[in-house]
Design a protein around this ligand. Structure first.
Ligand SMILES: C[S@@+](CC[C@H](N)C(=O)[O-])C[C@H]1O[C@@H](n2cnc3c(N)ncnc32)[C@H](O)[C@@H]1O
Length: 284
């Protein structure tokens, strides 16, 4: 049993560098030396499931085993941070609802285009794209005759399976206003299911943001949310991901990154714009 301290496998520095390199190349997530314990903890479960005794054995499995592709996906699923919730970062969502949506509607009306495409680019278990869907419903965008398409994507197929199921615990809804719960969810107590009205605008797809081939299929986005994922990347991965997001967007489109994230020093392809006291980025 790996859970017993005496038998716990130890991650040597040498193997840490090899494994973090695999994780980095695959996902863009970078584990600096001071996060070694985190990689060690998150990978210990994989060793246990594969019945491997040491991290060295695990490295060789990833490098040479016939099942390596499947394990690389499982590895990605287990090392990323999936923390999310409905209505995360309220002030920024208000900027989206009150400012960004009306700007996009105004600009697209001029071009007689009545479709809005939104991409939630690292959506975890779906709370973010579903929040966007509910907000667009509340803004009356659909009743005014606009077509809305929301793409939720993530590198991890595990979280996307949960997103597709659409079942959430009470904790995920901790910031959700009561009237939204009544209108868009069924259930009570500990478990809630998103209803088809909110769900029907959202489609899910597995897309790795640092992979040019996977992001190439996404084009023509008016608004992109890429929140709370760039913090796990180093500058090279950030630049790669932001370049891919840029290519996926319409000229004049808006990019919203996380509260603690910034494009400063990463790219000059976007212009920071202040909307309702939040900063969003406009593709120029
Ligand atoms: C902390 S969650 C953020 C979820 C949501 N955007 C939010 O702000 O609440 C980060 C998500 O990024 C995903 N992720 C990590 N690396 C990725 C990559 N290279 N491509 C796409 N998604 C990635 C993880 O699987 C995880 O679900």
């Amino acid at each position: 049993m790996l859970t017993l301290g005496i038998n716990k496998p130890k991650l040597s520095d040498e193997t840490f560098y090899l494994l973090r390199d695999i994780v980095y190349k695959r996902s863009g997530t970078f584990f600096p030396e001071n996060k070694k314990y985190l990689l060690e903890t998150r990978l210990a479960r994989r060793l246990e499931l594969k019945d491997l005794k040491t991290f060295e054995d695990y490295y060789y499995f990833l490098a040479y085993d016939a099942e390596r592709e499947r394990e690389l996906q499982a590895l990605c699923n287990s090392v990323v941070t999936n923390e999310t919730s409905f209505f995360r970062d309220g002030p920024q969502l208000e900027a989206f609802r009150k400012g960004v949506v009306s700007k996009v509607i105004e600009e697209k009306s001029r071009a007689s285009d009545r479709s809005i495409r939104v991409w939630s680019a690292a959506c975890s278990t779906g709370e973010e794209p579903l929040t966007i869907s509910m907000m667009l419903h509340e803004e009356g965008v659909l009743t005014r005759g606009w077509n809305v398409d929301i793409l939720g994507s993530d590198i991890s197929d595990g979280v996307l399976r949960a997103a597709a199921a659409g079942v959430y615990d009470k904790y995920s809804l901790r910031n959700t206003p009561e009237e939204y719960i009544r209108k868009y969810f069924t259930g009570s107590g500990e478990t809630y299911t998103i209803n088809s009205r909110a769900r029907s605008l959202v489609r899910y797809k597995k897309i790795n943001l640092v992979d040019a081939n996977e992001t190439r299929m996404v084009r023509g986005m008016d608004i992109v949310f890429c929140r709370n994922v760039l913090i796990y990347f180093d500058d090279a991965s950030k630049k790669k991901a932001i370049g891919h997001l840029y290519d996926s967007m319409e000229k004049g489109g808006y990019l919203l990154v996380g509260f603690s994230e910034s494009l400063h020093s990463i790219t000059r392809l976007f212009r920071p714009v202040s909307v309702e006291r939040s900063v969003v980025y406009k593709k120029i």
